[in-house]
Design a protein. Structure first.
Length: 461
């Protein structure tokens, strides 16, 4: 439970990067949490006469930022890491779908715990999972993921995925690992009605998320969009990830991915797409015009040799962009704070070179940009009075960072910074780099056990 509204936590003597609209920063400032909200943030020490102060944190040597926000992930892949390491996307999918098709509820719960634990201990306060593999008879997979997120204490969006194009229809997944059109829509609606919370301080939200153009029918795309808007929730899918996808869309639909998305109702300010690597000027203009969001996944894009997304051009056009880990079968570290650095470095390999991104733009991608993409920019993503108390204290006075004068530069360009404390909804979930409400060693054991069980089952088929 979050502290009551009368209780306050005071954090002071720290550098603060608010990531507000003006990029306000304090070289030495304070932040006051009251209940689950940020009450005040400013320069210098907090007022001494504050009432009902439960705790004062002397955070000298630290940088305080908004909590990181992950906008694209596949938790179940935690138990298939380190496989197909030299494949492009399509070959990687062909190699792994036969294994993924054997997952069950116990496996998915353990994998979600592993994925969430790794992100939370690295500064993520809002996570999402795009789960789209629902083998017949596998149990309550959505419920398992939501339970793991609730226990971890992170704010969470479940993108309830689906596939109805299997091998017999020219798709990649085995026939028994996909749903029917009617079944997918009904199960998605049930998940939204059961789990989605539309309130300001919601800890769990649900989005409608057919997997990708090459794994679902046009009917599922179109009717999924209609379902999401009838229920008042967001829409998510993969888009423009590879040149092969571009070719597939032209061959099957007679148009590129962006035009296909628009034809099925999949552009709009309630939509965000993962990857968007292969976007031309017209595509970017369409996303900007409709305020369609992008989950940029630099490490996964590099791992699968997909290419370099045009993030600087998207930002210049006004496209909402956040950062994503992507599934850990294509990003084995599973840590979002490393994506700040990778987004900056990889984009500097593109056309804009050293002008592509700077440290503060990278931090904004991982915080406010992610909140905007998930439709939660009014509640989180920056440190401002009235917003939810989702924030991180990064220790910046160790050997790894102490000689870098600017703490934001140190955070983004430097080694992964230790997390001294992480708060979600005013409740501390990490202390000194360790989870407070979960046993990391037990999770590690469970994920290894379930990975081995899945490997044995897949080998028998």
């Amino acid at each position: 439970m979050a502290p009551s509204a009368a209780q306050r936590i005071v954090i002071e003597n720290c550098s603060i990067a608010t990531v507000d609209a003006n990029d306000t920063e304090y070289a030495s400032g304070h932040l006051v949490i009251a209940g689950n909200r940020i009450e005040s943030v400013g320069a210098g020490r907090a007022p001494e006469n504050l009432a009902d102060v439960e705790r004062r944190i002397d955070a000298r040597g630290h940088l305080v930022t908004p909590g990181l926000i992950n906008t694209h992930h596949h938790f179940y892949q935690w138990i298939t890491r380190g496989l197909a390491t030299d494949h492009n996307l399509f070959n990687w999918l062909v190699a792994l779908y036969p294994t993924w098709a054997r997952i069950d509820e116990e496996m998915v719960y353990a994998a979600a715990q592993g994925s969430l634990a790794m992100m939370a201990r690295g500064g993520v306060t809002t996570a999402m999972d795009h789960h789209y593999v629902f083998p017949q008879g596998s149990g309550d997979l959505s419920g398992a993921v939501i339970r793991a997120a609730r226990e971890m204490g992170v704010r969470f969006t479940l993108a309830r995925g689906s596939m109805d194009r299997s091998e017999k229809d020219g798709g990649l997944p085995p026939d028994f690992a996909v749903e029917t059109l009617e079944g997918a829509l009904a199960a998605t609606e049930e998940t939204v009605r059961k789990h989605h919370d539309a309130s300001f301080d919601a800890m769990t939200q649900v989005a409608v998320a057919p997997c990708s153009p090459f794994s679902v029918s046009t009917e599922l795309m179109r009717e999924g969009a209609e379902l999401a808007r009838r229920l008042g929730v967001r829409l998510h899918t993969h888009g423009s990830e590879t040149v092969e996808e571009e070719k597939f869309c032209h061959e099957l639909f007679g148009m590129g991915p962006t035009d296909y998305f628009e034809s099925t109702g999949w552009l709009g300010e309630d939509v965000w797409m993962a990857h968007c690597v292969h976007m031309n000027d017209s595509d970017i203009a369409a996303f900007a015009r409709t305020k369609t969001g992008v989950a940029h996944c630099p490490s996964s894009n590099a791992r699968l040799a997909a290419g370099i997304a045009r993030v600087p051009d998207m930002l210049a056009a006004g496209v909402p962009v956040g950062l994503g880990v992507d599934g850990t079968a294509s990003n084995e570290s599973g840590e979002l704070h490393t994506e700040l650095r990778n987004a900056l470095l990889i984009n500097r390999l593109g056309a804009h070179r050293e002008a592509a991104l700077n440290a503060r733009q990278a931090l904004r991608l991982g915080t406010y940009g992610g909140a905007r993409v998930l439709g939660r920019a009014e509640q989180t993503g920056s440190l401002e009075p009235g917003k939810l108390a989702d924030l991180v204290l990064w220790k910046m006075d160790t050997l790894a960072h102490a000689s870098i004068a600017d703490p934001v530069t140190a955070l983004v360009f430097g080694a992964a910074a230790p997390v001294t404390a992480s708060f979600v909804d005013g409740r501390q979930i990490v202390a000194e780099g360790r989870l407070l409400h979960a046993d990391e060693d037990a999770i590690a054991h469970a994920t290894r056990t379930e990975a081995q069980r899945l490997a044995r089952i897949a080998a028998q088929r």
